[in-house]
Design a protein around this ligand. Structure first.
Ligand code: MG
Length: 324
């Protein structure tokens, strides 16, 4: 494994004089009806970015997230902590193989979010049946809730994109993990992934979880692939009373865009729809991976600051959408 802390890149940027992080401004989040609200009950829309896998595209301590907060104005950061990273018939990175390493990478970013007064989404980044790792998830989220549940900044995403599993099975998982979190942290926002890569909010709307507060449901989409159904399924979910949070969307097709295709027009239409409906969103991904959904060009460091020439079409577009 590479060293956890990268040395020699200096102390990082200073905060602008007028800097005010979203969590300092809005405090503890709460869900009222379908709407995410701030501590006073005022509706709020959070905009931010997700990293790519923190084991593959690590942020630079004191630099990357600071520049995103100061220069881009993100309200929230989502460090993508992969659960499984399977290769040659073995787990060789990700939380299952390297829990201490991955947790350290994650908490480094959480601590930076606290320092910056922004929100942070703790992402159990699974692409599988989440029930395969319920024991590990409970232990992980109990640790996170114990360390961070007292801060308004923390949000929990308990299963990124369930695959090959029914909504009923996802509910079973959620009904184990959520009570474990709530026993320690009674109030911070919990986002629940939905069947089929967090696309089937319609199934969640027909059969939601019951008995909890401050729960939202994940809707993920890639504008080049999923354009046709997003608004209809989203509007129907909201009409049914289901609170939704777009914890991941990208302007590529579902692959992330390794085919070079990018869908700016479709992205703008869907972002306008989210903004019109006060739906919080996070773009995938703030990385320099060689694919069109990545914000930074391949070969440009994630150290920051980033001029427009350092950014991809997606990066320039998303930076503008966050600043709006
Ligand atoms: Mg709490």
């Amino acid at each position: 494994m590479p060293p956890l802390v990268r040395e020699g890149f200096g102390p990082g940027p200073d905060a602008p004089g007028d800097y005010l992080g979203a969590a300092a401004e809005h405090g503890a989040l709460q869900v009222i009806g379908t709407q995410l609200c701030d501590e006073s009950g005022t509706p709020i829309q959070l905009k931010g970015v997700s990293t790519h896998g923190i084991q593959w595209f690590p942020t630079y301590p004191k630099h990357t997230v600071y520049h995103l907060a100061y220069d881009w104005g993100i309200d929230v950061i989502r460090p993508a902590m992969y659960v499984e990273d399977y290769k040659d018939d073995a787990y060789w990175a990700g939380y299952i193989a390297e829990p201490e390493y991955m947790t350290n990478k994650l908490t480094e970013i959480i601590d930076e979010a606290l320092d910056l007064d922004i929100y942070v989404l703790v992402d159990w980044h699974i692409h599988n049946n989440p029930n395969n790792f319920t024991t590990q998830a409970v232990r992980f989220f109990e640790d996170m809730a114990t360390q961070y549940g007292g801060y308004p900044n923390i949000m929990y995403e308990i299963c990124n994109e369930p695959e090959g599993v029914s909504w009923a099975d996802v509910k079973n998982y959620a009904n184990t993990v959520i009570p474990a979190i709530r026993a320690i942290d009674p109030d911070n926002l919990i986002i629940v992934g939905t069947q089929d890569w967090s696309q089937r909010i319609d199934l969640a709307a027909a059969d939601p979880l019951t008995g909890y507060t401050n729960i939202m449901y994940a809707l993920h989409f890639y504008a080049g692939e999923h354009f046709s159904w997003v608004q209809e399924r989203g509007n129907n979910a909201l009409s049914s009373g289901l609170p939704i949070f777009v914890s991941e969307w990208g302007g590529s097709d579902y692959s992330g865009g390794d085919n070079g295709l990018f869908f700016q027009n479709e992205s703008e239409i869907l972002v306008d729809w989210m903004n019109d409906n006060n739906i919080s969103w996070m773009n995938w991904s703030f990385s320099n991976k060689d694919e069109t959904s990545a914000a930074v060009k391949p070969g440009v460091r994630l150290l920051g600051p980033w001029a427009d020439q350092d950014l991809t079409q997606s990066g320039i577009m998303v930076k503008g959408m966050i600043k709006d």
